[in-house]
Each structure stands twice: as C-alpha cells, then as structure tokens.
Design a protein around this ligand. Structure first.
Ligand SMILES: CC(C)(COP(=O)(O)OP(=O)(O)OC[C@H]1O[C@@H](n2cnc3c(N)ncnc32)[C@H](O)[C@@H]1OP(=O)(O)O)[C@@H](O)C(=O)NCCC(=O)NCCS
Length: 181
C-alpha cells in the first residue's frame, strides 16, 4: 500500500475503502471546525459518502489526476492531504489538507505537506506546487509560509467559506526553490 513516512510516527497512506468509517468519523467529529473552510463538509453526512470519495480518489490516482492520503499518527487518522488539479501539460498541481481539530497546533500539517512535496519533486515531473487558501485562513497561511511557498497573488472575492465570499491567496513553490531549502 502506498505509504510515505513523514517522521516522528506520522505517516501518509493511500486510503482504501475500508478506511471509510474512520474517515467519516474524523470529518464528523470536526464538522463544525472544517465547515468554516470547506463547502464539501455539509454534503458529507454518511459513511457511504466517505466511501464514494475514497473510491473516486483511488480511480483518479490510477490515472494520475488526483491523490488523497490519510495522515496517520500510529493507527489514528489525524487528517487528510491531497494533490489536486494535476495539470500534466503544465507539470503543475495543487495541494490541499486538513487536520482533525484535536490534531491542530502540533506541526502535523507542516510535516505532512513537506513530506508530500519532497515525494512529488523527487518522484514525478511536476515542477510547481501551489497552495490556495482563503485570506482569513491564517493557520493555512502558516503552513504555506513555514514551507517557503511564495505568495503569488490574491484573487479577490474568489472563494466561499461558511457562506462568506472571501479573497483567495495563491502561493507556490518551484522544484528548484524547494531543492535550495
Ligand atoms: C490548516 C491546518 C491544517 C493548519 O493546522 P496547524 O496545526 O496550524 O498547522 P501544523 O500542524 O503545521 O502546526 C503548526 C502549529 O503547531 C505548532 N507546533 C508545535 N509543535 C510543532 C512542531 N514540532 N513542528 C512545527 N510546528 C509545531 C506551531 O508553532 C504552529 O502553531 P502556531 O501557528 O500557533 O505557531 C488546520 O488549521 C486545519 O485543518 N484547518 C481546517 C482545514 C483547512 O483550513 N485546510 C486548509 C485549506 S487551504
């Protein structure tokens, strides 16, 4: 099974359909927290929804379109990370991530994102990775900033969080910049 070691007991592992109950439980437990930032949370109301998400992600991973990995500490799912909008002609993709609310503030997201960036730049031909976040999302800005993603611009009124339209901050890192870190 595809697994990356992010160090200190943290692992990124490809989901299997058997993970649907724990993935749903993690989303459900952090529903209020995650809903602030992700519109998809409101539509994820049953284990079956999580199973369908996993199956879809497995199919998309097969054709290198998207990748979704659970962030595990030991056997406990503490969050999720993904590679999205993989544009092969531009050799560019976007990263997304979330943690359970009890897993915040421990450095897990920064470690998980750093680990996936290392993997991508070492094992694929992707030459640019982006992180997009709502302007109000200071914790996500912290993850991108700690890892050296550059702010490239702000798309005004371009995302919705909790029903509020917000500006979208675009950050990115190039393969050669990451190598210099
Ligand atoms: C965005 C999100 C993943 C960031 O989580 P986070 O816990 O702030 O980020 P990290 O896991 O990297 O932890 C960093 C924090 O842990 C602290 N920390 C503790 N031990 C640490 C360690 N060993 N290494 C690094 N940081 C550590 C850092 O000081 C930092 O805290 P601070 O911001 O108060 O200074 C989380 O807030 C979340 O899931 N939000 C909801 C979903 C979301 O917004 N996703 C992103 C959409 S773009």
């Amino acid at each position: 099974m595809f697994t990356l070691d992010a160090g200190d007991g943290l692992k990124l592992r490809a989901y299997t359909p058997d993970d649907a109950p724990v993935l749903f439980a993690a989303v459900d437990e952090s529903r209020q927290f995650l809903s602030q930032w992700f519109p998809w949370v409101a539509a994820n109301t049953t284990v079956e929804h999580s199973r369908r998400f996993i199956e879809e992600m497995c199919q998309k991973a097969e054709v290198q379109e998207e990748l979704a990995l659970g962030i595990f500490r030991g056997d406990t799912l503490v969050g999720s990370i993904g590679l999205h909008h993989w544009e092969h002609h531009l050799k560019r993709a976007q990263l997304g991530y979330w943690l359970s609310n009890h897993a915040e503030g421990k450095g897990y997201a920064t470690r998980a994102v750093g680990c996936l960036v290392n993997f991508v730049f070492t094992n694929t031909d992707i030459r640019k990775l982006e992180i997009h976040y709502a302007a109000a999302n200071v914790r996500s800005a912290g993850v991108a900033g700690r890892l050296g993603f550059h702010i490239e611009g702000v798309l005004r009124k371009s995302c919705i969080r909790n029903g509020i339209v917000d500006d979208l901050v675009i950050t990115g890192v190039l393969r050669e910049e990451w190598g210099r870190k």
